[in-house]
Write a protein that binds this ligand. Structure first.
Ligand SMILES: [Fe+2]
Length: 197
């Protein structure tokens, strides 16, 4: 039986190949692509986003994953790839999410690129951690998280989280994050969302 044939059962060990130079998972079973047009409502400058959509609707980020059962005891894993660019000066980012099962953690090991993980809790507390190649970010249970690319090349991380965690995007779409990340003339700025809008 091929390695891939074993994966469906998940009661048998299997292996997955990665290209660590390019940050690619070989033969993923699921590939999520988020275009600029799927990021409406997330950036401060909605007009700048629409201009970007009209210019060809570029990819903002991609996720490469395997289909692992959403069950306790299993581990989900993926490659997250966020492209470089800005929308009205605001760095390209992921939508961000809490986990559907909120008290589940996640680790992101940065393979390439640079940027920040923005994190927040529903009680209003906020944090950010640097993404650099070889640096791992630990997202504790209950913390929403969003990847921001502040560099000039794709920001790529390998992620692992509990099998049952799932994703909850709704709260983030309504509330955003406490700060926004801008890059102007090569300088990165963190602006409280209350001021940035
Ligand atoms: Fe997550």
């Amino acid at each position: 039986m091929s390695e891939k044939g074993n994966v469906g059962k998940l009661d048998f060990p299997f292996g997955v190949d990665f290209d660590l130079v390019h940050g690619i998972m070989k033969d993923p079973q699921n590939h999520v692509v988020r275009l600029a047009s799927s990021m409406r409502g997330h950036y401060k400058d909605a007009k700048a986003l629409e201009a970007l959509v009209a210019l060809g609707d570029p990819v903002h980020y991609e996720v490469f994953e395997y289909r692992i059962p959403e069950q306790p005891g299993q581990l989900q894993f993926c490659i997250s790839k966020t492209y470089p660019g800005t929308v009205g000066g605001e760095c390209f980012m992921t939508k961000g999410h809490y986990h559907k099962v909120p008290d589940t953690a996640e680790i992101y090991l940065c393979l390439r690129g640079e940027g920040w993980m923005l994190m927040k809790r529903s009680d209003g507390s906020a944090a950010r951690e640097r993404f650099l190649p070889g640096r791992m970010v630990y997202v504790p249970p209950l913390w929403g998280h969003r990847t921001v690319n502040s560099g000039d090349e794709p920001l790529i991380s390998f992620c692992v989280y509990p099998g049952e965690a799932g994703h909850n995007y709704g709260d983030i779409e309504k509330e955003g994050f406490p700060e926004r990340v801008f890059k102007r003339s090569g300088k990165v700025e963190f602006v409280p969302s209350s001021k940035a809008g």
